[in-house]
Design a binder for this molecule. Structure first.
Ligand SMILES: Nc1ncnc2c1ncn2[C@@H]1O[C@H](COP(=O)(O)OP(=O)(O)OP(=O)(O)O)[C@@H](O)[C@H]1O
Ligand SMILES: [Mg+2]
Length: 256
């Protein structure tokens, strides 16, 4: 008998018309055909069902009474079957925080494992989560990569802020954040960016939040200023891919 094939004899599950097939083993085999032609009937309802049934037969009576009862599929015989695994399609979320670990839920077990076997220096097991503020890496916020703004696209250094040096749509000349940046009175908005010192540029882009004291007018909304690149990078790290607006994607981010 040829052991390199799964041999199906006289399959008549559902609409299968007494089919004999030999399926090569150790190969990538595809069944195609129009809807209703019987692909699932052959694969799931015949071959897989029989593989499960044979597997369960090897278990003890005790185990078997706790397994689903499978009746013999409508087929005379299937030879050379080994244990079968059915893999179903499942859409992965396109959230930045979704990984193989979280999608398969293995991550949950790993966290418990780490919280039990590691030196318990930070308490509850949820701290062993890269998605928990207390557990995440402070450099990448638990993403495993850093998302940085591409400054060559983000800035037009020939211009002043007033004339539209910040190309991000949120900061376009006349817009709300543009007005706010001018009102805040902490950064020279008349000087072209290319004349900024390194400190001035760093203040604009990456300063930690601080309170604004000498605004030109009463500020409508923000009383604190935070570097504009830093703020955007934080925002984009905290949301799903599809939550980023299309016009914002044009001003793209570099991933490190
Ligand atoms: N449990 C069932 N009981 C009775 N008839 C069934 C059963 N499952 C499928 N059939 C019928 O068997 C035929 C083959 O269906 P099957 O699902 O195997 O087709 P398919 O090739 O997998 O189609 P699709 O491409 O849509 O998945 C169809 O006529 C269907 O109505
Ligand atoms: Mg099908």
């Amino acid at each position: 008998m040829n052991r390199d094939f799964i041999i199906v004899q006289n399959a008549h599950t559902n609409n299968l018309k007494n089919i004999d097939v030999e399926i090569p083993k150790h190969k990538f085999v595809v069944f195609t055909g129009i809807s209703g032609s019987g692909k699932s009937s052959l694969l799931f309802d015949t071959i897989y069902t029989e593989a499960q049934r044979q597997l369960i037969e090897t278990f003890s009576t005790f185990a078997r009474t706790r397994m689903p009862k499978l009746s013999r599929p409508d087929v005379d015989d299937i030879l050379n079957l080994s244990t079968a695994i059915v893999i179903d399609q499942k859409r992965m979320g396109n959230n930045l925080r979704s990984t193989v670990g979280t999608a398969t839920e293995i991550n949950t077990y790993l966290r418990i494992l780490y919280s039990r076997t590691a030196k318990p220096f930070i308490g509850p097991s949820f701290y062993f989560s890269f998605n928990h503020p207390e557990g995440m890496c402070p450099e990448c916020n638990g993403l495993g990569k850093q998302i940085k703004i591409d400054l060559d696209i983000f800035l037009n250094r020939d211009l002043s802020i007033h004339d539209g040096a910040i190309t991000h749509p949120h900061y376009k000349a006349g817009g709300f954040l543009w007005k706010e940046l001018i009102t805040m009175n902490i950064i020279d908005t008349i000087k072209p960016l290319k004349e900024f010192s390194e400190e001035e540029l760093d203040l604009l882009l990456y300063s930690a939040p601080f309170e604004i004291k000498d605004a030109r007018q009463k500020l409508a909304y923000n009383r604190n200023f935070e570097g504009i690149a830093r703020k955007l990078e934080k925002a984009v790290a905290g949301r799903a891919d599809d939550e980023t607006a299309d016009d914002e994607k044009k001003c793209l981010y570099k991933v490190f």
